[in-house]
Structure formats: structure tokens, C-alpha cells
Design a protein around this ligand. Structure first.
Ligand code: ADP
Ligand code: ASP
Ligand code: MG
Length: 410
């Protein structure tokens, strides 16, 4: 008897009809002699709507109260799904994250799961029930509700799969797998049958929202067989594999330089201008940001002149106000000239394990962007990815020309 964890995203449970459809799918798999644990997101745009509602009350809501608010979305969908399953004569029980012991740290709105006590879930599975768990939420050591960051239900599902030692974790969504690019932006993007954890991790971290990046990290760490597929079709979707297994499925692995492209429009660029150039400056800037729990992504420092320097970096747009507040303070202390920012940027990236063994990929990407008249503001590279920050108005075009240059289309 296999144990499967299935996660259904917001669109998949977007209305009553769809919840009934999900109930049918889950029951069908249960009847194939599986034990089934289901994780669900909030219905449709519920989370966005709740955020909008809070913004109508205050510009600066308490993060604890935001988590209290946002976690309600998932509580609606677990109860409705349980009712839909009951209605078809099958036993099911729903739980919030705290009820099944999903313990997190206390960083509200981007909490990390520390541990899961799976006893209650095992007990209910023993009673032959389908167990439904609210995605995206947990509880910290003070018994306060936390959420895992936007898109975090994927992470709930994979973390549960790890804790329960599940045989398979399936992420059901509104596309039938992982593509070479977001199919909504690049219509001729190609679907992968298989992809490595590492490439998916890069794509997800670089803006491909099809999976929450933490979910891929956990899947890789615990070697969880993970599949992304559509709620609305029978297609088998995309299977994530270790590089070793992938190599067995795909003899051409070395030949493929770039596997996919991604775009992230959720970052903003902050620059501190004319900082006195002395040792310890970078440590001070990034130390103070870290103390504020702000994650910094790309960083560049200009070549100093007249004992002065500029440092630019990117942060999530949601952290921009807090970042500016901290940096205004830091700039004053360091006697820097000013702090400026730009919200209209996008990070476009090319990802591929083939880059490990080939040079020249970066040059090709820069050339193709230059030929398209697109200015590159920042660059960062790793073994298997190249990212460029460009103006947001150029982002879709940048993605298109890179996708075409590396022959990723159908
Ligand atoms: P869910 O609500 O089910 O979690 P999301 O909206 O979070 O769904 O993720 C699915 C969406 O991810 C797709 O509709 C698609 O537009 C987007 N996406 C971005 N990049 C990719 C990619 N490389 N492959 C597939 N989908 C992608
Ligand atoms: N409902 C949450 C969000 O919209 C979590 C999720 O859907 O994964 O971000
Ligand atoms: Mg999602």
C-alpha cells in the first residue's frame, strides 16, 4: 500500500465545482489501495484578497496579525474539501497546520518548518481516512500561527511527504508540468518529462512560480519522488529526479547548455551612493539588513573613485520599505550621500546543468540581449545559471530572445 501526498493549488480549488472535481480525483487514488494525504491552498485569489483587505486597514500591519489573517484562506478550503469527500461517501478529516504539529521558526510571513509530528496523521490514515492538511501554515514555539511565504503550500506538501516517508508527492496545478519557460509568457515553451532537482531549484528560486523553491530543496535533501501535473488532465506531468537518475533517462544531458529560462519581477534595486571607501562598510550594510531579516539577492559595488564607492543590491519588493528605512539610517551613520531605489526591474535567468562543462554561455546571453537593445544593469552567475537584471519593460522580450537563442522552443 503506497502513501501519496497530493497538493492542490489555488486555481485547482477555485470554486465549489473544482473542489468537487478534486474530491473525485483524490477518492479515485484512494480506491487504488493508496493511503492519501492531501494539502490544499486557499481558493483562487483569496490570499491576494486578504492582503488587499489588510492594506485598506493599515499601511503597516503587524506581521503576526497578517499570518493570523492569511492562514484563514487555507482553513476554508480544507473544510470544504473534506465535505466534498464525505458527500461521495468516503471518510476524510481536515486539519490546520498547527493541529498536525507543523512547527516553524518565528519569522512571520516567511517561516521555515523546523519539525513535523506526524503521529496524528498516521493515526487517521490507520482508520482508513483521507487526511487533508492546510498548506502554507504552521505554529511557532509561542503557539503563534506563522505562514511559509507566498506559494508555501508546495513546501507543506513536500515536508509532509518527507515526515511521513511518502512514496510519492504530487503537485497538482493549472499547468501540466514544468516547462522551459512560463508558458503564459512564452507560448511555444516545451514541457519536460523529467528535470533535475538542481535545475528546478534554480528555476524556482529565479522566479518560476510553478514550485515554491523551499519545496524543491526539501525534495532534493530527502530524495522525495516529486511530480508536477495538472488537476484538469490525465497527463503524467514532469517528474523531478536526481542528476544521476536523470542521466540514465537522458543521454543528451551534456549537450543541453540551457534547460530553461525564468523571470522574476518581484525584486527592487537599492543603491547607496558615495559611501566613504573603507574596510568594514559592506559588512555593516549587509549585517544591518540581515539583522532586519531581509534577504539580499544580487550585489554590485562600483569601482571606487576619490575614496568613495556605490553599492547596489536587490531585495524582495515586499521588503523594500523596511530596507529603505534601515539603509537611510545606515547611510547617515556612514556619511554616504544618498539612498535611491528602482522598483521597475526584472531579473531574467538562464539555467542548465550543461553550463558546468561548457564556457561561453554567459557571453552568448549578453550578446543576444545587447543585439535586442536591452541594457544589463546587474549580473550574477553560478555553476548552472546566469542572471541579468534588466528594466522591467524589457523583461518579456529578454526572456523571448534568450529562449530562442538556446533553441528551447517546440
Ligand atoms: P498553484 O496555485 O497551483 O500553486 P501557481 O500559480 O503557483 O499555481 O503556479 C503555476 C503557474 O506557474 C503556471 O500557471 C505558470 O504560469 C507559472 N510558471 C512559471 N514558470 C513556469 C514554468 N517554467 N513551467 C510551468 N509553469 C510555470
Ligand atoms: N495561499 C498561499 C499563497 O497564495 C499559499 C499557496 O497558495 O501556496 O501564496
Ligand atoms: Mg503555487
Amino acid at each position: 500500500m503506497a502513501l501519496i501526498v497530493q497538493k492542490f493549488g489555488g486555481t485547482s480549488v477555485g470554486n465549489a465545482e473544482r473542489i468537487k472535481l478534486v474530491a473525485k480525483r483524490v477518492i479515485a487514488d484512494k480506491k487504488k489501495n493508496n493511503r492519501v494525504v492531501v494539502v490544499v491552498s486557499a481558493m483562487g485569489d483569496t490570499t491576494d484578497d486578504l492582503i488587499n483587505l489588510a492594506e485598506q486597514i493599515t499601511k503597516n500591519p503587524s506581521e503576526r496579525e497578517m499570518d493570523m489573517l492569511l492562514s484563514t484562506g487555507e482553513q476554508v478550503s480544507i473544510a470544504l474539501l473534506a465535505m466534498a469527500i464525505h458527500n461521495q461517501g468516503v471518510e476524510a478529516i481536515s486539519f490546520t497546520g498547527p493541529q498536525v504539529g507543523i512547527i516553524t521558526d518565528n519569522i512571520h510571513r516567511k517561516a521555515k518548518i523546523i519539525s513535523i509530528n506526524a503521529d496524528r496523521i498516521h493515526k487517521e490514515l490507520e482508520k482508513n481516512k483521507i487526511v487533508i492538511v492546510a498548506g502554507f501554515q504552521g505554529i511557532d514555539e509561542n503557539q503563534d500561527i506563522t505562514t511559509l511565504g507566498r506559494g508555501g503550500s508546495d513546501t507543506t506538501a513536500v515536508a509532509l511527504a518527507a515526515a511521513l516517508k511518502a512514496d510519492l508527492c504530487e503537485i497538482y496545478t493549472d499547468v501540466d508540468g514544468i516547462y522551459t519557460a512560463d508558458p503564459r509568457i512564452i507560448p511555444n515553451a516545451k514541457k519536460f518529462s523529467y528535470i533535475t532537482y538542481d535545475e528546478t531549484l534554480e528555476l524556482a528560486s529565479l522566479g518560476a512560480q510553478v514550485l515554491h523553491s523551499r519545496s524543491v530543496e526539501i525534495a532534493k535533501k530527502y530524495n522525495i519522488p516529486l511530480r508536477v501535473r495538472s488537476t484538469f488532465s490525465k497527463d503524467k506531468g514532469t517528474m523531478l529526479l536526481s542528476e544521476e537518475k536523470y542521466g540514465k533517462e537522458n543521454k543528451n544531458m551534456e549537450k543541453i547548455l540551457v534547460s530553461g529560462v525564468a523571470c522574476d519581477k518581484n525584486e527592487a534595486k537599492v543603491s547607496i551612493i558615495d559611501i566613504p571607501d573603507r574596510p568594514g562598510i559592506a559588512a555593516q550594510i549587509f549585517g544591518e539588513l540581515a539583522d532586519g531579516n531581509i534577504v539580499v539577492d544580487m550585489i554590485i559595488q562600483s569601482a571606487g573613485e576619490d575614496g568613495k564607492n556605490d553599492i547596489s543590491f536587490t531585495v524582495m519588493k515586499g521588503d523594500l520599505d523596511k530596507t529603505l528605512e534601515i539603509m537611510e539610517n545606515t547611510a547617515k551613520k556612514m556619511k554616504a550621500k544618498k539612498v535611491i531605489y528602482d522598483k521597475n526591474i526584472a531579473k531574467v535567468s538562464a539555467v542548465g546543468i550543461g553550463m558546468r562543462s561548457h564556457s561561453g554561455v554567459a557571453a552568448r546571453m549578453f550578446r543576444i540581449l545587447g543585439n535586442a537593445g536591452i541594457n544589463i544593469q546587474m549580473i550574477s552567475t553560478s555553476e548552472i545559471k546566469i542572471s541579468c537584471v534588466v528594466s522591467q519593460k524589457d523583461a518579456d522580450k529578454a526572456l523571448q530572445v534568450i529562449h530562442k537563442e538556446f533553441n528551447l522552443g517546440k
